[in-house]
Design a protein around this ligand. Sequence first.
Ligand code: C5P
Length: 225
Amino acid sequence: IGGGPLAGRHVVVTSGPTHEPIDPVRYIANRSSGAQGTALAQALVELGAEVTFVTGPAAAPLPDHVRLVQVETAREMADAVQAALPADVAIFAAAVADWHVEGARNQKIKKTPDGAMPALEFAENPDILATVSKLSDGRPSLVIGFAAETEKVVEHATAKRARKGCDWILANDVSDATGIMGGSDNAVTLISDAGAEAWPRMSKKDVARRLAQKIVDAFADETRP
Ligand code: C5P
């Protein structure tokens, strides 16, 4: 079994939103559907890769033929990614919450008779992409992040690539008018050492296939004599 240009390569893909609990019945989430992550996993599997798919509670269907790890919070996602390493490639398509609620309650928060509002305090979540990018030991040879931006997309994403220390960033414009978040199309710019390469608007599946092919090419360049 298992042919294809990515046979023998292990790829970790994060996907979906995270849910950060407030109490047992409430949480903080975001609008990520997980569609781009699922498409990526599928495209990589089709090229023969062994994929560990670490996903938050996503609305999109789950990919087939992956090692599936379902998590809820950013902290669980960080632990799951850590446990999934080593990998040749790590792709961070998840929309990870930046903060979790500090001291999430064990019991449902109740309204009080005096009408006082509950106050939430936040604490920072681990930055999974930055952590993996900066590993001195066992860093995947290719670390890829996404950057959802609403303005100055290339500028912000280029700065983000440097800050996070990843190899490639796929920047996408998620300003309201584009309908990308939760939609089936994506318009991305690939930012690497070689500069910024704008891809035409295409389906998330095609973005996934094109990125998977770029990964194949990167390994081919690396092993070419
Ligand atoms: O920092 P920001 O969320 O804009 O960066 C986006 C990229 O970083 C995405 O690839 C996302 O999956 C990753 N990320 C992460 N862990 C976080 C925040 C973002 O892996 N806590």
